[in-house]
Write a protein that binds this ligand. Sequence first.
Ligand code: ACM
Length: 553
Amino acid sequence: MISLLPLPQSVSFSDGLFVLRAGMAVEACTELERVATWLTTAVGRAGVPLTPVSAGEESRANRAVGVRLTVAEDLPAEAYRLDVDANGIGISGGDEAGVFYGAQALLQLLPERVFRSAAVADVESMSVPFSQIRDEPRFGWRGVLLDVARHFMPKHDLLRFIDLMAMHRLNLLHLHLTDDQGWRVEIVSRPRLTEIGGWRVESQVGPPPHSPANGRPHGGFYTQDDIREIVAYARQRFIEIVPEIDIPGHSRAAIAAYPELGIGVGDDASATPAPAVATTWGVHAEVLNLEDSTVQFFRDVFTEIMDLFPSAYIGLGGDECPTDLWREDARTQELMRARGIATEDGAREWFVEQIAEHIIARGRRPYGWDELLEGTPPPGTVVASWRGMRGALAGVRRGYDVVACPDDKAYLDYRQSDDPDEPIPFGALLSLRDTYSFEPIPADATPEEARRVLGGQANLWTEHMDSPRTVDYYAYPRLCAIAEVLWSRRRATFEAFSARLDDHLRRLDALGVEYRRPTGPLPWQRRPEVEGQPLTAEQHAEHVAALVSGIAV
Ligand code: ACM
C-alpha cells in the first residue's frame, strides 16, 4: 500500500500496474504546458525520459501516451482527479494548480527514487498501481513563514525550500525580510538598508539575554533580480510569496542604516548614538520615529516591495513594538500632540495605518500580526493570530480575515521533544503530535465566522537555525503534519498519519532532507555546547496569556 501525504479526500487502489516507460508522451493542452514540463523534468531526471506533446498534435500518434493532463470544468480551483488504469495515467484539475497537485500526487505513486536528481537504477520505467484519487484542499492559505532576517537563507537554498513546500502542497511563503538583526532585500532608492543593514558583526548563540556571541559576521541579502527570480520560481510551483517588512518595531537594522529613522537623533544627535544592527535576539527597544520623513521613507520602501512582489497581501508586521522610547522622547510627544495621538499604543496604530493605507491605495491588502487588533486596522487587513487563537477569534468576530499560526501549534522554532539532546531547546514543547493537532478554525467560531479563516501557516523563526541544514531539522517532519492539516478535508488519527509519514520519510531521504529522526537528533544535529531555555506548558501559557490581554474577544 502506498502512503499519500497529505491525505487525499478519497483514494482507492485496485489490482494491476501501469508501466510508465521512457519515451512515452505527456499530453497536455497549451494551458497546461508548464505543468507538463515540470512533470517531465521531475520524472526524466530520475531516469524515465518522457516527452511533452500538445493535445491533438500529430506526433503523438507515434508515441504511447503515458500521462494525460486536462482541465476539468466540473472541478473547483486547486482540486484534482487522478486515475491510473491500463490505458495510462489521467490527471484532471479544476485549474492549472489543481493539475500540478495531481502531478505531485502522481510522484508519490511512483518509486521513491523519482525524488532523486539523477537515475540510481538502470531501469527506464516506473510502475504505477491502478488507482483513483479525488482531492481538494481544505484551506486556500497553506502557508509557512521563513525568517530570513535572523539568519539569511541563500538563494539556492530558498529555491529548494520552495520545492519542498510545493511537494507538500503548501502554497504561500511568508518571507520575513527585515528585523532588528538584518535587512535582506535590496531597496534601490535606499541602498544603505542592505549595505549597512544587510549584515551584523556577530550573532548570539542561544536564547537571550545571557547567551554568548560567536564573534563571527553574518549577512546576506536578495537583490531585486534575485527576488524576481524567486517570485517567478515560486509562481511556477503555484506558491505566492507574501513579503513582510516589519514596522514600526523590529526595525533596528533600518535605523542602523539610516539613523534619522530612529529616536534621539536629529536635533539631539549627540544624545544617543545610532544603534548597530542587533547581534542579540529578543525584542529590541529601537522603534521608528513618527516624523513625516520616516513615514515617507517607508512608503517608498513599500512601493518598491509592491513592485517586486505581485502578492495580493503585503506584510507590515506590527508586532512586539516597545513604546518606552516614544514615551521618553520629547520630540515624539510633540508629534503625538500635533497628530492628535493620545497614547504610545495609539502611535503604533498610527504608524501602521499610514503604511496600511498606502498598501490599500495600491490595490493590495495589508497583512500583520495580531497586535493590530489592539487597535482598529483598516477594513481588508488580514491578521495573523500568533499568540494562541485569541487573535483569530477576535479578528473574525470583528469582520477581519485571519490566518491561524498559534505559537503552541505552529511555531517550529519550539523544541520538538523533552529530550535534553534537542538542539537549543527553546519555548514550549511542540512535538510532531502537537503540530498534527493544530486546528485553524477557532473553537467558538460560528460557521459564518469560520469562513473568514483563510487558513494557517507554520512559522520558522531562525534565531537558533544558523544554516539550511538546521532549518531542515526544525521544519521536517513537523511541516508535513501542518501541510496535511491545512490541505486535507479528512483528519486522520495521529497514529495513521505517523504510519504514512514513515513511508514519506523515504521520499525526504531521497531528496536529502535532514529531518528530525523519530528517535531524536543525530549526534551532529545536537548542540551540546549551547544552553537552551525550555518552558513548561504552564509557564508558556502564562506568558502568552499576559501578552494577549490587550485583545478583546
Ligand atoms: C512574532 O512571533 N513576534 C510574530
